[in-house]
Design a protein around this ligand. Structure first.
Ligand SMILES: [Zn+2]
Ligand SMILES: [Zn+2]
Length: 336
């Protein structure tokens, strides 16, 4: 990535073309500074709107001369040369200053003189130029939290947090992240088959909790992205998706989208019960209470018992969560 700097004001372009300014003139009045990528090939970027930092791997996404850059956080879109970071700009300016100062010092040295005194009352005069060019500022790119390869345009980029718009094609990665986390939860189920007893149960329970929490994060992000389409944007950004029945009521009231329509009646009831089981596992040591029985009508267990959770049931839930997630974003994007 090149940073172009015009420095007519730094450079005495209109000065008389004497030999004494040869080095400065040779620099010209246009500098192209190469901004280095980090060791993994990423180039830092900073949104001119929200000023948040991210990185991209140049050349892995869309190609062409007329591309725009999208901020992964706020979605702001403008020309790629608007996304240089402050550190990169300081670095480029320091390179220019280093070259200009170096040339000025060389030119001034060509004017050095040393007149020795002559005669009994002669006065000696000399000029010696001292000094070194401005040092070049060093900088390094920051380490970020989530590495993403956009599934639409293949751009590799990294961001703080998890959810983001692709800087090249602008596609939001929320479904991609949901699927990645559901795949991780399935790996826990696979792992559970390799061990026995309490550890196996714990892994299955973890997979259930992860499935629900990933849907909660996904649902919150979807509501944030589309909050302007809701009847109450403030409330929309605060919807919790840990309780499926509660989320369904809120999304219906605020967006007019009915999550229940994503699944058939039996699968919906099943998913709601699994979400209730997650609540017991997270907050009640996995022991069935009255609230669970009232919410689910589950007749396979009773108050005071350990809530039953099977690998098959969690596997089916993860499939249901993916269906719910796809339905939610599809319907919210259609909402006027
Ligand atoms: Zn931004
Ligand atoms: Zn993309």
């Amino acid at each position: 990535m090149m940073r172009d700097i015009r420095c007519a004001d730094l450079y005495a372009a209109n000065q008389p073309r004497s030999r004494s300014m040869r080095h400065l003139r040779q620099l010209g009045n246009h500098f192209s500074i190469s901004i280095p990528n980090d060791e993994k090939g990423y180039l830092g970027r900073e949104c001119p709107e929200c000023e948040r930092y991210f990185k991209v791997t140049p050349g892995t996404g869309l190609t062409g001369d007329d591309l725009s850059c999208h901020c992964p956080y706020c979605g702001h879109c403008s020309k790629p040369d608007q996304f240089f970071t402050k550190a990169q700009i300081e670095y480029a300016e320091s390179v220019v200053m280093n070259q200009v100062m170096g040339a000025v010092i060389k030119d001034l040295r060509s004017l050095e003189f040393n007149h020795r005194p002559t005669g009994a009352f002669g006065l000696g005069i000399s000029m010696k130029v001292k000094g070194t060019p401005e040092p070049i500022r060093r900088y390094s790119e920051q380490e970020l939290e989530e590495e993403v390869a956009c599934e639409k345009c293949t751009l590799r980029y990294t961001v703080y947090g998890t959810f983001a718009y692709c800087p090249d094609c602008g596609q939001h990665n929320s479904l991609q992240i949901l699927e990645k986390n559901l795949a991780l939860a399935r790996k826990l189920l696979d792992l559970a088959t390799t061990v026995e007893g309490d550890l196996s149960f714990q892994l299955v329970a973890d997979a259930l909790e992860n499935g629900v929490s990933t849907f909660d994060g996904f649902g919150r992000e979807a509501c944030r992205i589309y909050s302007s389409k809701s009847s109450d944007p403030m409330k929309a950004t605060g919807i919790s998706f840990q309780n499926l029945a509660g989320a369904q009521k809120n999304v219906l009231a605020l967006f007019g989208v009915d999550l229940m329509a994503a699944l058939n009646a039996a699968d919906w009831t099943f998913a709601c019960r699994c979400f209730q089981k997650r609540h017991l596992l997270s907050h009640k040591m996995g022991i069935v209470d009255d609230a669970y029985i009232n919410a689910t009508g589950d007749s396979t267990t009773a108050v005071g018992r350990k809530v039953p959770v099977s690998s098959q049931e969690v596997d089916a839930l993860l499939t249901g969560v993916r269906t719910l997630g796809t339905y939610l974003t599809t319907e919210l994007s259609k909402t006027p």
